[in-house]
Design a protein around this ligand. Structure first.
Ligand code: MF3
Ligand code: CO
Ligand code: CO
Length: 287
């Protein structure tokens, strides 16, 4: 992408020459590159066809997450939630991306209470007061839409509710921070600032990721503040933001199943995730 010349067609899909389109944008991008920031390769800029496909799979992911609101209640097992999502995904012409992904055995991730992420559905019965994250990724025509939400099981404590709410606010603030020609560092800064304001910690061992034509693409999205020079955002990039916020410390352990990530101190953890598209002015939430 950095190799485009003035008379080449612009990368943005406008069918105009660069000199009549994003020429100033390109100058700024090249300047940032010379200052040491990473810039996306052309393969990370989605075409209109890609974006239409990612929107379709993201819409299904959104619908399934909506419908779980009436399904998740005390007494249901995470296996039953998995079976419901799996069957509905297939019925609606899509494929659940997690199934067999790097050996993952189920179609969704279900992460209860102190589980940070990647919980494997099993015979565990959800009980009144639990909080559970369900993470769904649908594939339609080869395009991926990845999102997760928190669900409360019956009545939950005010402290659990606050953790859920603040984590959602962290995601919303992070989405607001997305701007073309800014480095993705601003995302982690926004999340960390808000989490620390409430004395929560930000999980560092997992991050967001480019998504769309594959499950996990570049760039890696850090959810905490770092001083390195990360990738500059460009319209047409699609990635997830998926902060995991803990009531206690940020340290995590991986269980013997090689997937389930739990808080080391046993404290509660919450996560929200959206797939977003970088636009000319900010971000569009696709899920
Ligand atoms: N959906 C998760 C994410 O947000 C990835 C799950 S990988 C799996 O990136 F194999 F556990 F499904
Ligand atoms: Co994700
Ligand atoms: Co996900």
């Amino acid at each position: 992408m950095l190799k485009l010349k003035r008379n080449d067609y612009c990368w943005c899909g406008s069918k105009k020459k660069l000199k009549k389109c994003h020429i100033d944008f390109m100058d700024t991008l090249q300047h940032l590159h010379s200052k040491g920031y990473d810039t996306p390769s052309l393969s990370l800029i989605k075409t209109d066809k890609d974006i239409a496909g990612i929107k379709k799979s993201s819409t299904l992911t959104h619908q399934l997450l909506d419908e779980l609101n009436t399904i998740i209640k005390p007494g249901i097992t995470t296996n039953e939630i998995n079976t419901w999502v799996h069957e509905e995904t297939i019925k609606r012409g899509a494929i659940p991306a997690p199934l067999h992904y790097k050996g993952f055995p189920k179609s969704i991730c279900t992460s209860i209470n102190d589980v940070i992420c990647h919980g494997i559905p099993d015979d565990t019965i959800l009980k009144e007061g639990d909080i559970v994250n369900v993470d769904i990724t649908c594939i339609i025509d080869g395009y991926f839409g990845d999102s997760c939400r928190m669900y409360s099981v019956g009545k939950i404590s005010t402290s659990a509710q606050k953790l859920i709410d603040v984590t959602k606010e962290c995601l919303d603030l992070a989405i607001k921070s997305v701007k073309p020609l800014q480095p993705v560092n601003v995302i982690g800064e926004a999340i960390e600032k808000h989490a620390h304001k409430h004395n929560y910690s930000v999980v560092e061992c997992f991050g967001g990721h480019g998504v769309g034509n594959a499950f996990h693409e570049e760039p890696f999205i850090f959810h905490y503040k770092r001083s390195d020079k990360q990738m500059i955002m460009v319209p047409g990039m699609v990635f997830t933001i998926e902060p995991m916020i803990n009531e206690g410390g940020y340290d995590c352990n991986i269980l013997d199943d090689d997937w389930t990530a739990v808080t080391k101190d046993g404290s509660l953890s919450a996560q929200w995730e959206h797939t977003i598209l970088v636009t000319e002015t900010g971000a569009e939430v696709l899920t």
